[in-house]
Design a protein around this ligand. Structure first.
Ligand SMILES: [Mn+2]
Length: 285
């Protein structure tokens, strides 16, 4: 099954954007996120591809769901790589647990495809190691920041970390929920800044409130509404040259209330696709 609105394999050369599933949960504690790509593709079929608030038929954007890629990863950090991958088009990776972001970012960074990373997540994920695994989904932001340079990573929506983790967090720019509540979205957008550098946007679905995204390994109360996330994404993408992104941490085994977490993940992917379209229209003008 392909993501809703994907062009067919016969027409794939016409695609302007790509979707790629990464069915991997080897670094999660509770398994199930490997079923995320399938569940999100299925959920996407339940939504209209006509985006009402934009009056945009998504399939007109021409995107292709190229199926899943393999992540070859021996946990405990011995080795990690993704299948050779060519980022010719703006892409959305569908996870998988959050640890998939690291090998993808590493792969793209080493090929000069990205320079900055924005992470939207309830959790700081800044532990040096978790349960004796440095590549755990609880360490992903730390690994990415070490790779790209701490100044090249910004984290939004955070509302949870350990005390030890918190003590190290001054190394990266964190716009946590409290400060965004206090200073407002305009302030947040100034913090994010503008720039043409190629950026990777990683969205952990658990940034949403658990009432609307219950199907996650670590639900964290007092999260974002879907409306605020959906309005934040275009604001970020107006200011940053987002060439690739991911939506991670949907665990269908825990998503027992009408698959709402998968539905909301599909809806977020719709929004990113619409923003890719908008970015390219702007560049062509
Ligand atoms: Mn998280």
């Amino acid at each position: 099954m392909k993501f809703s609105g994907s062009i067919s394999e016969a027409d794939k050369e016409k695609a302007r954007y790509e979707l790629v599933g990464v069915p991997f949960d080897g670094n999660a504690f509770k398994k199930g996120a490997r079923e995320g790509p399938h569940a999100i593709r299925r959920a996407s079929q339940r939504l209209e591809t006509f985006l009402w608030h934009r009056k945009l038929e998504l399939s007109d954007l021409l995107y292709y769901d190229r199926g899943n890629i393999k992540l070859e990863w021996f946990t405990k950090g011995k080795r990690e790589r993704i299948e050779d991958f060519d980022l010719k088009k703006r892409t959305i990776f569908i996870g998988g647990d959050h640890s998939i972001s690291y090998p993808i970012v590493k792969y793209l960074f080493e090929r000069g495809e990205i320079a900055k990373v924005i992470i939207i997540d309830a959790h700081a994920d800044f532990r040096d190691s978790y349960k004796n695994n440095r590549f755990s989904n609880a360490c992903v932001t730390r690994r990415i920041a070490e790779l790209l340079g701490f100044e090249n990573v910004i984290e939004i929506g955070v509302r949870s970390s350990s005390e030890d983790e918190y003590a190290t967090l001054n190394k990266i720019r964190i716009c946590d929920v409290d400060i965004v509540k206090e200073k407002g979205v305009e302030w947040l957008l100034k913090e994010i800044g503008k720039g043409e550098e190629k950026t990777y946007l990683s969205i952990d679905i658990d940034v949403l409130d658990p009432s609307i995204a219950p199907g996650v390994e670590h639900p964290e109360p007092c999260g974002m509404s879907l409306e605020s996330l959906i309005s934040l994404i275009p604001e970020i993408m107006k200011r940053k040259n987002v060439v690739a992104s991911d939506v991670v941490e949907v665990n269908p085994r825990l998503d027992t209330v009408n698959g709402i977490t998968s539905i909301n993940a599909a809806r977020i992917i719709f929004e990113i696709l619409a923003c890719y379209g908008e970015m390219d229209t702007r560049l062509e003008e």
